[in-house]
Design a protein around this ligand. Structure first.
Ligand code: ANZ
Length: 954
């Protein structure tokens, strides 16, 4: 590293591209762009309407996953995606598109609330300060955002519409016949006129208001339920499964956690399971993300089968009804409600010791086991490696096809929330059942002939035989045999047999659960819901939106004695009595109501933000339909519509991306938008990783102060160990974009981040490598500006052939790379061109210099704008046309093609190596020498072997 990057004081370098020069250029052009609204994208109508000629261009809506404005600000890992979309957006603008690119802030959330609890600062105050800070950091990067369209999800003008959408969802139901959401009023009308039966067969007219509300709650797409949740009195809040430890305590604080039935809001996303799955096919998303969504939705085709137990029937869900003859026992989820109904007073004669868990009676065993199971999360219960536990209920059911008596167990590997909460266990062919049967010494029966060479006695196996690719055996019963059938045929045959007897049917099951939508938090959107004196929920009319968050003194939920299981959460909003208790006229006179005091989860605001970018100031609709149609509507290649490019991290595969798809579909069904999908094309950028260093105690030391000597690393003179990790505060290895901008300028930072590797691959940050891109910009500058005088050195002359070849090759390659998000290879091609021009050692011709600047413009917009103006232009480089390659100069070599007539060589043609057969044939048959050789004879056949041979038969 011989070159220094601090500005040199000598006059000789006064016009050199240095960090100081970059800082000046960048600040200057950022001001000009803001003042001139350079990045403003016109809408076809409304307050952001603009130049119809621009609106008439093909549109491109390019988006980033918007940031949460954290107090720590940005490190260089954050803007990777923002720079990538910006480069892409700039290239699209230069290739004739009306480009919408902006960035807002996802600003509700826990960190601001926790900070408020600790410091007393209102979350709005700290969040807005963080947003301001982040805006300064982002502006410095020269991102071409339409700033008129930016907002934060905490703006009342924005969350008014989040609440409005909640009401749309609340006031609709899913019509399974029409396969779409419809207004709840349609359902009420159908109940009233009897065209649809009220559940339970009662007459609508005979129901009280509370009963009607209850019935409708069972249909609404946003509904309240008393689902058991993890209640932690010591923390005063409910917790997600992931926040509870294996022994049933809170991860934070180690307090006991209880399953408690609390009234919570839910979204009926399960109604859309099929459509969420089907519509994935037409989306241009990474396959890995589609797969994650498919697995999360988890569509399983199988059957329900009834097993008789006395007068009761236990219904199981199975994906393998073909293995019914192999079902040698049953398992119910510990919470299964049927269990109470049938447990006998005493263990039946001959009960195996290991089945009882050492308990004196089935009732005692069940109670003890339930308690143990309640303290585990679903994830833990299903963990593959876990030892299988369970206990016998003391009862037997009847296998409907073999007639065998099968013992009924409860065990925590069966979940209440999936299928029917009961399974038929087929230990020979299901690995979980196999392990359980081993542990409890239960019989196993092989009913699928193993195709891997092992025998049919499961007692000799090490694991279950689970393959689908085999034939059924041991499966003959009264009036049915499956023996010899393949799995697929056997499934169909047994399902039909069961259905014929009314003891089973084919069914589809989904893993997807409804979305728990309320939180006991302050810093979120209030629900536009009030309860009347009978506890019946009512929605607020649109005229009362936004329902703003009230000011409170205390932002934290109330906590209780840690073991006070009967306590109830007290949300921060519930303490604000004058806000909670209101007198309202909801259309039937002024009455007293109580407001809902939960708030929405932080996912709500990101479920629809793409729509608000389109029409951010619209006071009468979430978005004007014409504007929505223009930017988002269905089009060729995107049958469900959606954003043209959405870039963000792969960690959002199932939460945000699924929720946003769900809201889109509801809004689409209700006719508010023309797009049924929010994001047509998704791209996951890689992560910027960074080296971290630990001392001999394993403690992280500041990475910036570590020195390298001969491949070893030293901090304060002592050797430290280098490892690879995420960038951030905790590993003491964060590098801020501001530092890099300071040292080299934003254009260098942009180039470095884009040059590090393919966009979707994670890459290690290396501050010492940044200078490489800085030097590229310095050479670019030197190719156009005299460093001593500052004069532009270009000449008005025709470029030489070799220069044109280098130029057009770079234009061709880099242009395709920019359009294909291959920014690293685009930079490599531009670098090569710039080096070639430097080496030529002669002044650049103006036409070459200009095209070089245009090539660089999407990647390093500030220096490009400066050079463009110095080259004598007064218009911004941002809206210039991207150069177009002349194909004649793109192919660097030609190949010689021989043309034969009657087997004799009659011509040699110099052709591009990529010529097509058709073009080559055309060239050959019109070549003067060939025409002469043909002498007017009729051509019978032309054999073309492009690019080397043409053989003409006459
Ligand atoms: C018998 C059987 C035989 C099964 C066999 C599998 C293989 P997916 O594909 O994920 O939908 N199951 C059903 N309900 C369950 C619950 N509530 N908790 C835990 N396991 C449950 O899985 C469906 C299979 O998982 C079902 O098919 C059932 O086991 C089990 F050779 O039934 B199977």
């Amino acid at each position: 590293m011989s070159e220094t990057n601090t500005p040199a004081p000598e006059a000789a370098e006064a016009h050199r591209y240095t960090a100081a020069m970059a800082a000046d250029i960048e600040a200057r052009w950022q001001d000009v762009w803001d003042a001139q609204g350079t990045y403003e994208a016109p809408n076809p109508t409304g307050d952001l309407a603009g130049d119809p000629a621009v609106v008439a261009r093909p549109k491109k809506f390019i988006m980033d996953m918007f940031p949460y404005p954290s107090g720590a600000g940005l490190h260089v890992g954050h803007p990777l995606g923002y720079i990538a979309t910006d480069v892409y957006a700039r290239h699209q603008r230069m290739t004739g598109h009306n480009v919408l690119h902006t960035l807002g802030f996802d600003a509700f959330g826990l960190p601001a609330e926790q900070y408020a609890v600790q410091t007393g600062t209102h979350p709005r105050v700290s969040t807005e300060a963080n947003i301001e800070n982040m805006k300064i950091q982002l502006r410095r990067l020269g991102l071409g955002h339409d700033k008129r369209r930016s907002f934060a999800t905490i703006d009342p003008d924005y969350y008014k519409w989040t609440q409005w959408i909640f009401l749309q969802i609340y006031n609709s139901w899913y019509d399974a016949d029409a396969k779409k959401a419809r207004p709840i009023a349609d359902l009420v009308a159908a109940f009233e006129d009897g065209s649809r039966e009220v559940p339970g067969g009662r007459a609508w007219a005979g129901l009280t208001a509370a009963e009607r509300a209850d019935v409708l709650n069972g249909f609404r797409l946003a509904y309240s339920s008393d689902a058991p949740v993890n209640w932690c009195p010591g923390l005063g809040t409910v917790l997600a499964n992931e926040e509870v430890t294996a022994d049933g305590r809170s991860e934070r604080g180690n307090f006991p956690v209880f399953k408690s039935k609390l009234s919570q809001w839910n979204m009926r996303i399960t109604a859309y399971a099929d459509r969420l799955l089907d519509d994935l096919d037409a989306l241009d998303w990474p396959e890995a993300i589609k797969l994650q969504q498919r697995n999360w939705i988890g569509r399983s085709e199988g059957a329900r089968v009834d097993f008789a137990l006395g007068d009761e029937a236990i219904t199981v869900f199975t994906t393998r009804p073909d293995t019914l003859f192999g079902a040698t026992y049953m398992v119910l989820a510990p919470e299964h409600p049927l269990v109470e109904k049938f447990i006998p007073a005493a263990w039946p004669e001959g009960t195996h010791d290991v089945w009882t868990g050492g308990h004196a009676t089935p009732a005692e065993a069940v109670t003890a086991y339930r308690k143990q199971a309640a303290s585990k999360s679903d994830v833990e219960r299903q963990a593959e490696a876990k030892d299988k536990t369970g206990v016998f209920t003391g009862e037997y059911a009847i296998n409907p096809v073999s007639g065998d008596k099968v013992p009924v167990f409860i065990a925590d590997y069966v979940l209440m929330g999936y299928g029917t909460g009961a399974i038929m266990a087929v230990p020979a062919h299901d690995s979980r059942d196999f392990e359980f049967a081993r542990a409890f010494e239960l019989p196993m029966r092989c009913v699928v002939q193993p195709s891997d060479g092992r025998g049919t006695d499961p007692a000799e196996w090490d694991d279950a035989f689970a393959s689908y690719d085999a034939k059924l055996v041991n499966s003959t019963g009264e009036g049915i045999t499956l023996d010899g059938l393949g799995v697929v045929e056997a499934k169909a045959a047994i399902t039909e047999w069961l259905a014929g007897r009314g003891i089973g049917e084919g069914t589809v099951n989904f893993r997807l659960r409804d979305w728990l939508f309320s939180r006991q938090r302050y810093w979120g959107e209030p629900f536009p819901i009030v309860y009347d004196e009978d506890g019946v929920a009512h929605s607020l009319p649109e005229s009362m939106l936004p329902l703003e968050l009230p000011e409170v003194e205390d932002y934290s939920p109330r906590t209780f004695e840690p073991d006070d299981a009967d306590s109830q959460p007290e949300t921060p909003l519930s303490r604000k009595a004058d806000w909670v208790n209101v007198e309202l006229d909801l259309g039937d006179g002024v009455k007293s109501y109580r407001r809902e005091t939960n708030t929405m989860p932080n996912w709500a605001g990101s479920c629809w933000y793409e729509l608000r970018y389109l029409d951010p100031n619209n006071a009468s609709a979430l978005v004007d339909p014409e504007i929505e149609q223009y930017w988002m509507g269905p089009r060729e290649g995107a049958p469900h519509g959606g954003v043209d490019l959405y870039v963000g991290g792969a960690e959002h595969a199932v939460l945000h991306l699924l929720y946003a798809r769900f809201w889109s579909k509801v809004l689409f069904d209700l006719g508010h938008v023309s797009s049924a999908e929010p994001f047509h094309k998704l791209f996951n950028q890689g992560m910027i990783q960074a080296y971290a260093y630990t001392d001999e105690r394993g403690v992280y030391v500041p990475a910036a102060e570590v020195e390298e000597r001969d491949g070893a690393y030293f901090y304060e003179g002592k050797q430290v160990k280098r490892e690879h990790g995420k960038m951030g505060k905790s590993l003491k290895n964060a590098v801020t974009p501001d530092e890099i901008c300071e040292e080299y300028g934003a254009d260098t930072l942009r180039l470095y981040e884009m040059a590090m590797g393919p966009l979707d691959v994670s890459r290690p940050w290396d501050t010492r490598a940044v200078v490489g891109q800085y030097r590229l910009l310095q050479r670019l500058w030197r190719n156009i500006v005299d460093e001593e005088t500052g004069a532009v050195t270009v000449v008005d002359a025709e470029p030489a052939e070799d220069t044109l070849r280098a130029l057009h090759k770079a234009i061709d390659g880099a242009g395709a790379d920019l359009a294909g998000l291959r920014f690293n290879t685009a930079i490599a091609k531009i670098t090569e061109l710039n080096n070639t021009l430097t080496k030529a050692g002669r002044p650049l011709e103006r036409s070459v210099a200009e095209r070089l600047v245009l090539l660089v413009a999407p990647l390093a917009p500030h220096i490009a704008e400066e050079l463009w103006h110095r080259l004598g232009h007064s218009e911004s480089v941002v809206h210039q046309d991207f150069p177009v390659a002349d194909p004649a100069y793109v192919v660097d070599e030609t190949v010689t093609c021989v043309v034969q007539v009657k087997g004799k060589v009659k011509a040699r043609l110099e052709v591009p190596p990529t010529i097509t057969d058709a073009d080559l044939e055309q060239l050959a048959v019109t070549d003067a020498g060939v025409v002469a050789a043909l002498g007017g004879a009729e051509i019978r056949k032309v054999i073309v072997r492009a690019p080397k041979l043409v053989n003409i038969v006459i």
